[in-house]
Design a protein around this ligand. Structure first.
Ligand SMILES: *[C@@H]1O[C@H](CO)[C@@H](O)[C@H](O)[C@H]1NC(C)=O
Ligand SMILES: *[C@@H]1O[C@H](CO)[C@@H](O)[C@H](O)[C@H]1NC(C)=O
Ligand SMILES: *[C@@H]1O[C@H](CO)[C@@H](O)[C@H](O)[C@H]1NC(C)=O
Ligand SMILES: *[C@@H]1O[C@H](CO)[C@@H](O)[C@H](O)[C@H]1NC(C)=O
Length: 399
């Protein structure tokens, strides 16, 4: 076929323009996300201790103040739970907000007499067989006298939940003399269900003694065997006096269970310059994986998590984000990536615990190891976007 006439050549150039537009849109869709903003004023005291990296992407802004956020996807909405008076609940159809407060988990103080009963920490809510379970923590900073309680409801419309009280206790109270409750700290619950057996596990802990896991009873309101809890230790830092690992999460992806946790100093920064820990000792988000829900878990370098291992996935960055932690993972699907969400301090806003904001990033998996990415769509309708781009390129060359 030679000598195309002018009308077919203008048709071809229209087609090419259309392909360009499609390709640009694909690339655009894949790279929405944060671009580094210019660094503003962080104090000179902080610059001594703050390792600024631009290797990691900035967070997508959740636009809500939150410490230890917990997010549940349900009925096309996101429900955010956070530590606070009676455990406030917020709702939005978008992770970037706006968030509307729809109520609290507790309608009065917790029935557990530990810490500040009006202000639980670090809730984790799950949905199972028509019921929501909110595991919450009562404790006091620097003390091991703590409890994880649970409350339930069958609808997230702001109506009252049932408070069932303590699932586990450490320090004082029934069961707290039994190992591992006799040495650990009952804070920061997370939940995981075995993909094959549907058996449920509670992960918790612990600051001084790493993260632990134990089987839950079928009612999910108590542990399976209180006298002999069948607990396994998931993480630990040996040979150190201070072992700040807490805020665990467990996710499942493509044959692996991932244990996530926050390591380092979480809170109480910046009241004086001495409140900043050494570089890299502030909160950061780490992970290890295992094919077995009960471990043992190893990091990317093959180091065991009970020997101090843990691969850093997200940490302070750009001189803007400080001490990210208190995380969770939202499971993706064929057309949408998993999402890592967390709280962080913005160095141009402030360092008080109440300044922490929700941030989030998409996760990609390299050889089964999670990494944060600005590429939102690994796949569209289950087909990776590089395939669409290749097809468009072939078509471009063909016409
Ligand atoms: C307990 O928490 C409430 C908020 O729920 C707060 O107003 C109060 O000051 C706290 N009490 C103590 C003793 O810290
Ligand atoms: C696990 O739960 C799923 C969904 O409820 C169900 O289809 C499956 O049969 C359950 N498996 C076992 C081993 O109970
Ligand atoms: C995948 O997840 C996204 C984000 O939560 C959701 O909007 C979409 O409906 C889901 N798609 C499928 C096929 O479940
Ligand atoms: C940090 O705060 C500044 C000032 O409010 C804002 O412009 C910027 O978007 C924030 N960045 C992040 C990552 O929160």
């Amino acid at each position: 076929m030679s000598g195309s006439n002018s009308s077919s050549s203008s048709g071809r150039s229209m087609l090419r323009t259309l392909i360009l537009v499609l390709a640009t849109t694909l690339i655009g869709v894949n790279s929405v996300g944060a671009t580094p903003a210019t660094q503003s004023s962080w104090t000179s005291a902080l610059s001594q201790v703050y390792e600024t990296t631009d290797r990691l992407p900035l967070p997508n802004l959740g636009n809500i103040v939150a410490h230890d956020p917990n997010i549940v996807q349900h009925d096309g909405n996101y429900y955010l739970f956070k530590g606070g008076h009676h455990v406030p609940i917020f709702k939005s159809d978008n992770l970037n907000g706006p968030w509307e407060k729809i109520g609290t988990v507790l309608d009065q103080n917790s029935i557990i007499d530990v810490g500040n009963r009006s202000r639980p920490w670090a809730p984790t809510t799950i949905y199972r067989d028509g019921m929501f379970y909110c595991y919450y923590t009562l404790s006091t900073h620097g003390k091991r006298n703590s409890a994880i309680g649970v409350a339930t409801t069958n609808k997230l419309d702001g109506s009252p939940w049932n408070d069932h009280g303590a699932v586990i206790r450490t320090g004082k109270g029934p069961g707290s003399d039994i190992h591992p409750f006799s040495e650990t700290n009952a804070i920061d619950a997370s939940f995981i269900m075995d993909q094959n057996s549907n058996k449920s596990y509670l992960n918790y802990g612990s600051f001084w003694h790493g993260i632990w896991q134990l089987p839950l009873a079928d009612d999910l309101l108590s542990i399976e065997s209180p006298e002999n809890p069948d607990a396994v230790q998931l993480t630990f830092i040996p040979n150190q006096k201070i072992r700040p690992q807490e805020g665990s999460w467990m996710s499942y992806h493509d044959g692996y269970y991932y244990v996530w946790f926050s390591q380092g100093k979480c809170c109480k920064f910046g009241e004086s310059e001495h409140d900043f820990p050494a570089r890299g000792r502030e909160y950061n988000i780490r992970v290890g994986r295992s094919r077995d829900i009960r471990g043992p878990f190893k990091d990317k370098d093959g180091e065991s998590l009970v020997e101090g291992g843990g691969t850093i996935v997200y940490a302070s960055n750009h001189g803007i984000v400080y001490a990210p932690g208190g995380l969770g993972v939202l499971a993706g699907n064929d057309s949408s990536r998993d999402i890592l969400y967390y709280h962080y301090l913005n160095t141009s806003i402030g360092f008080k615990d109440g300044d922490a904001h929700l941030g989030w990033n998409w996760l990609t998996y390299e050889d089964g190891w999670p990494e944060v990415t600005t590429d939102s769509a690994g796949a569209i309708f289950g087909i990776p976007s590089w395939l669409y781009l290749s097809i468009l390129l072939c078509f471009w060359l063909y016409i």
